[in-house]
Design a protein. Structure first.
Length: 204
């Protein structure tokens, strides 16, 4: 059974009331025997040259790779930087366009991190930094998360076997996870290849 964490909600107050919630998962209950070979994308996608990517993709890659480069305890050998996967991006964009804040059951062999917020609450690096903040509640030695906390977004970001990521964001005007008081919201989706969060394994 995969090391998956339940969805949760928190209310964040920074000046104006800015509610948000996140949820994430990786391998959806698979054992390590189900994992694709290291570096293999489900689509066979080759990572794109970062210089050819639009700013959103470059920012997402830079934010993910900054977290991977700064893990504590340090990874030995160091975690490889992720590449951008256009097929994973397309899957993320198609799902984000649905404006339905739950995991995509048809994403195939991809890990997935989700986030939702009032529009412009986060810039692109801020979403990744929010997922990475879960490191404070993750005990690497025990490979456990603090009681009542969620760590699966962080472990997916720093999962050694994950080689590529593709992300999308969508401003939505329906299905707000925050209720009628906040009808407009922003949905963030990142898909990871190969997926992480396999049971019994540390991320690196």
């Amino acid at each position: 059974m995969a090391m998956l964490r339940p969805s949760f909600r928190r209310l964040l107050t920074l000046g104006l009331l800015a509610p948000w919630l996140t949820t994430g998962c990786g391998s959806d209950g698979k054992s390590s025997d189900d994992a694709p070979p290291t570096g293999e994308s489900p689509s066979g996608e080759t990572p794109q040259d970062p210089a050819t990517l639009p700013p959103f993709a470059r920012d997402m890659l830079a934010a993910h790779n900054s977290v991977r480069a700064g893990v504590t305890p340090a990874a030995n050998p160091a975690l490889e930087p992720l590449g951008w996967d256009a097929a994973a991006e397309a899957k993320a964009q198609a799902w984000a366009a649905n404006c339905d804040f739950k995991h995509n059951p048809n994403r195939g062999d991809l890990g997935e991190n989700l986030a939702a917020a009032t529009p412009n609450h986060w810039d692109t690096p801020g979403v990744v930094e929010e997922w990475a903040s879960e490191a404070a509640d993750y005990d690497y030695a025990r490979n456990t998360c603090a009681s009542g906390k969620v760590c699966g977004h962080y472990t997916q970001v720093v999962w050694r076997a994950t080689k590529r990521v593709g992300c999308a964001t969508q401003v939505c005007n329906k299905n707000s996870p925050f209720g009628a008081q906040y009808p407009t919201w922003q949905f963030w989706v990142c898909n990871y290849a190969p997926p992480g969060n396999y049971a019994g394994q540390r991320p690196y």
